[in-house]
Every structure is written in structure tokens, then in C-alpha cells.
Design a protein around this ligand. Structure first.
Ligand code: FES
Ligand SMILES: [Fe+2]
Length: 353
């Protein structure tokens, strides 16, 4: 079918995210040495195993014997032992031992295996490649905000949200929803400066005009005082760029000199077989101010501020999902061109059944 035809008939909330990318499925700190945890990537149940020594590995989270989750097992050396009959699997997914069979029988019976996933750890997150493993080396690994740049301080956030991942992309790209955040941000209005699209990305740029005098503390500490003059068009003090480069989303804030002052990386990873929930893996990097201690002073304020805003976003996208459930499909009437472009991008790069 032609791409355009697909688009017209496709309900975006039924489009699966493409598995042929690197996705974070856990934070590094969640998995201690000698332990294993289970996670979902969509319908795929995945066990992450961190041996006492050596890197993390990822296996299909179902024992080949009776499909019990391997994440309930125990880690021994470089293998994980299923909790039920103790079959042991190594990092390639090959079954290495069936403890109740004798040595010779054992050797013959060990043809069993589970799937293994390419796995990498970066930026405090554990990534897997859930698609075609042949592609894993060729697909670019994402740039993780400024997590390795000492000029920036980076904060992690990881809310789990009960909605299809596409609602999350739309929410951030569409800055016209500042009305929702009026209690946190004061009265500001997004001014759309333009956008760009390509095969695998959609970008929108905005500046913000304050329409009331009140400016939140966190914003003021980071960007300085913004004056408000109702008789003047406000100058562009900073440019906010939101870019979905499939399947990730990024936000950049550049000051009026064009210097980067804030960068956000976000992956919205479907984490249940229904596709109606996702886990956000977010990194927010903030340029350290000239006064070194200032960042530590504003950090908790920034945390509360971003959490509150995120809470409002979470509530509203979950309401959107509930409406989709109740109405049995997508009834959106999107009017903002760049958001329509984003919807096309997510449909064309995703998996339509
Ligand atoms: S179910 Fe895993 S060893 Fe039997
Ligand atoms: Fe928002």
C-alpha cells in the first residue's frame, strides 16, 4: 500500500513503535551486580542480567523449558539459573546446564536456547535492541543530552505514563498547551518561529512571550529576569527547539546569543503488551551558571518545577488515552500543521498492523 493511503486509514494509537532502534528499558542503578530484573518492551518480555563481573546482558524473559520468567532466577557467574528447575543460560541465550540430567545426557539435551538481545549501557541507562539484531551495529546510538559534558548538570526523570507513546511526542511538540501549565509558568504564550521536517525528523521552534508580570523562580534563576512591557512585542530571549528524530525526542533551549543552555533527551518506551502505557527515560541537562554553587542551590527548585509540569502533562495525556479507549478510536482534529507532520512521521516510521 502507498504510504499516503496507510496514513489516512491508520489509527495512530494502534501503530507500534519500530523495534529497530536502541531503547532504554531500565536505569543502571535499578540493577545491582549479581541481580536480574524483568522489563517489557511492548509485547516482548526481557530479562536484564548483571553478573558479578562483566557487562549487563539481555535475554528473552521466558525459560525455554516452561516459559517461567528468567528474571525470577538467580545469577551465577556469567549465567542466569531459572528459578523452577534450575536450567542455566549464558549471555548468548544458550542453555548451558540442566542440573538434574547426567553429564552425557546433559550434553545432548542442551540444544535449548532463548533469544538474546544486543545490550549496551550508557548515560545511566540500560539499552537493548529489540528488533533485527543484524541491524544493531548499523543503527546510530542516540546522543544523550549533555550527560558527558561537565559544563552541564544532568537530571534523570522516569515517569511511567498510562498512554500510547505517540501522545507523549505530541504533547511536547505542541507548545500551544502552555495554558495547561499556567499555575506553574505564569501567563506565557508560545510564539511559533517555524519548523522543519525530513524523512526521520520533525522540528518546531518557539519563543515564549510573557503576558503577565509574574515569572517563576526556577526560570528566573536560570534565565535571569525577563521584563514585561505590555506595549511592546517582546524580544526573543531564548529559542526552544523541539525535535522528534525518530524514535527519540529532544528539546534544546538556546539563549539570545545562540548558546545552548538546556537540553532534554526523552525516549518513550512502550512497557506493556497492550501498548497503552510507556515509560519515559528522560535526561535534562542544564548549563552550569558562572557562579558554581548556584546550580546546586537552584537544582531542587528546578526539580520541583519540572516535576509539577510533568505531572500536569501526565494527567492530560492519560485523559487522552481514556477518551481513545471509551470512543474506540482516534477522533483527533489536529489543526496545527507541525503536529500533523509529527503524526505522519510516527505513522510512517512505526509498525502498522
Ligand atoms: S521452567 Fe525453567 S527450568 Fe523449568
Ligand atoms: Fe507540557
Amino acid at each position: 500500500m502507498h504510504r499516503l493511503d496507510i496514513k489516512q486509514k491508520t489509527d495512530i494509537r494502534l501503530v507500534d513503535i519500530s523495534p529497530d532502534f536502541w531503547y532504554p528499558i531500565a536505569w543502571s542503578k535499578e540493577l545491582r551486580r549479581g541481580k536480574t530484573i524483568g522489563r517489557y518492551f511492548g509485547r516482548q518480555s526481557i530479562a536484564l542480567i548483571r553478573p558479578k563481573r562483566g557487562p549487563v546482558f539481555a535475554l528473552e524473559n521466558r525459560c525455554a523449558h516452561r516459559q517461567v520468567p528468567l528474571s525470577k532466577g538467580t545469577v551465577e557467574g556469567d549465567s542466569v539459573k531459572c528459578c523452577y528447575h534450575g536450567w542455566a543460560y549464558g549471555r548468548t541465550g544458550k542453555c548451558l546446564d540442566i542440573p538434574y540430567l547426567g553429564k552425557d545426557e546433559n550434553r545432548e539435551k542442551i540444544i535449548n536456547r532463548v533469544r538474546s538481545y544486543p545490550c549496551r549501557e550508557a548515560g545511566g541507562m540500560i539499552f537493548v535492541f529489540p528488533g533485527d539484531p543484524e541491524k544493531a551495529d548499523k543503527v546510530p546510538f542516540p546522543q544523550l543530552a549533555q550527560v558527558n559534558n561537565p559544563a552541564f548538570k544532568t537530571r534523570q526523570f522516569n515517569p511511567s505514563v498510562k498512554c500510547h507513546y505517540t501522545f507523549m511526542h505530541e504533547n511536547l511538540m505542541d507548545m500551544n498547551h502552555q495554558f495547561l501549565h499556567r499555575r506553574q509558568m505564569g501567563q506565557i504564550r508560545a510564539r511559533y518561529l517555524g519548523g522543519e521536517t525530513g524523512e526521520d525528523f520533525v522540528e518546531a521552534r518557539y519563543s515564549f512571550a510573557r503576558t503577565g508580570t509574574q515569572q517563576p523562580l526556577a526560570e528566573r534563576l536560570i534565565f535571569g529576569k525577563h521584563t514585561y512591557d505590555p506595549n511592546k512585542i517582546q524580544p526573543v530571549e531564548e529559542v526552544v527547539t523541539i525535535r522528534t528524530t525518530y524514535p527519540y525526542q529532544r528539546l534544546f533551549i538556546h539563549d539570545k546569543d545562540g548558546d545552548l543552555v538546556m537540553e532534554l533527551f526523552a525516549a518513550y518506551v512502550p512497557n506493556s503488551p497492550s501498548g497503552k502505557s510507556c515509560q519515559t527515560f528522560g535526561l535534562l541537562s542544564v548549563l552550569r551558571p558562572q557562579t558554581p554553587l548556584l546550580i546546586d542551590i537552584i537544582w531542587p527548585v528546578l526539580g520541583i518545577f519540572t516535576n509539577r509540569i510533568f505531572q500536569e502533562d501526565k494527567e492530560v495525556v492519560e485523559m487522552e488515552q481514556r477518551a481513545w479507549n471509551e470512543l474506540g478510536g482516534d477522533r483527533n482534529r489536529e489543526v496545527f500543521p507541525i503536529v500533523n507532520k509529527l503524526r505522519d512521521l510516527l505513522i510512517n516510521n512505526g509498525i502498522t498492523h
